[in-house]
Design a protein around this ligand. Structure first.
Ligand SMILES: [Zn+2]
Length: 339
């Protein structure tokens, strides 16, 4: 009896099936009612009483091993059947969500589009810059506060290297590498050493425009500004220029537009003045032209720059600047229809 059990055990352990039919044949041969193991069970009553315990244990062991082996082979076939390790190919697919364009990209592209129609081409430059291209070549005085660590991110071990604080550095790079006529627009990210709050961030985005040629005048600048404001905020938009100061332009001005939220009547957004500030501009300081290899006796130019976040705020009234960099899809999806 023991010898028979051992023989069957060897057979069971060597069981092999290459398809479901072979497996079923094995199950019938060993585990069915008239199978080999049940036949042994039937012989069990003839075993001598003193051997019953040992033989019984062996028989049960054989039956368990045979059952486990059949189950293991069966599982193997089931996984092979769909070829995907248990993945249910009949289940419907997860929906794929389409992304939307970021509001800052939408507005940046709108600004670029307006200037492109006026003949401006896009210029780009590095975000990690040196002092010359960000400050010195733009007529910043040695002791200008923008050069202070409080306002600008410098590389500690190399104080000449910094994160650009404005995209004007692209203007200097274009001027030093080419001669007028220059008509460029420079969109990009800039960095300031600011505490992050709802109205300030350590990085934001600018678009600057530069036009240098013979006989460029303030009139040209004003006309471009008016056209830009009307294209961007609607044909009824009015502009006004206030005198200002920037190191790189002379004269300099800041431009306000009639508040597009209240139509100029006065609201909390425009602090009840009817006007909102949107950009800085001016005639390129002759010192800047000369520092960048352009003869200021022959050429003149204008420059203007604006924050993309500021323009986006005016168009969409986003109250918290931080939302632009949080990548919350609930916020981003609100601009789905905007492009
Ligand atoms: Zn208003």
């Amino acid at each position: 009896m023991i010898a028979k059990i051992e023989q069957l055990l060897k057979e069971v352990e060597a069981m092999h099936a290459s398809n479901a039919e072979e497996l079923e044949a094995l199950r019938i041969k060993y585990l069915s009612k008239k199978g080999a193991i049940n036949n042994l069970m039937a012989d069990f009553r003839n075993v001598a009483a003193e051997q019953k315990k040992v033989v019984g244990m062996k028989l049960n062991e054989l039956k368990t091993i045979a059952q486990d082996k059949i189950n293991a082979l069966k599982e193997q076939f089931e996984n092979q059947d769909n070829g995907c390790d248990g993945v249910d190919l009949t289940r419907s697919a997860y929906p794929v969500e389409l992304g939307t364009r970021h509001p800052l990209s939408i507005v940046k592209n709108e600004i670029i589009d307006i200037f492109a129609r006026l003949g401006f081409s896009i210029a780009e430059g590095p975000e990690i810059e040196d002092d010359w291209h960000v400050f010195s070549a733009l007529n910043f005085a040695e002791d200008h506060p923008a050069r202070d660590m409080q306002d600008t991110f410098f590389i500690e071990s190399h104080p000449d290297i910094l994160l650009r604080t404005h995209t004007s550095s692209v203007q200097t790079r274009v001027m030093e590498a080419s001669q007028p006529p220059i008509r460029i627009i420079c969109p990009g990210r800039v960095y300031r050493n600011e505490a992050i709050s709802y109205r300030a961030h350590c990085f934001f985005h600018q678009v600057e425009a530069l036009y240098v040629d013979k006989e460029v005048s303030f009139t040209d600048l004003k006309q471009v500004l008016l056209l830009f404001a009307k294209e961007m905020f609607g044909a009824d938009t009015k502009i006004r220029l206030r005198p200002s100061y920037f190191p790189f332009t002379e004269p300099s001005a800041e431009m306000d537009i009639s508040c597009n939220i209240c139509g100029g009547k006065g609201c909390p957004f425009c602090k009840h003045t009817g006007w909102v500030e949107i950009l800085g501009c001016g005639m390129v300081d002759p010192n800047v032209l000369d520092a960048n290899g352009i003869d200021s006796k022959i050429y003149s130019g204008y420059a203007l720059g604006m924050g993309i976040e500021r323009i986006t705020n005016l168009k969409y009234q986003v109250k918290d600047l931080r939302m632009f960099s949080e990548n919350d899809t609930r916020f981003l999806k609100e601009f789905e229809a905007a492009y």
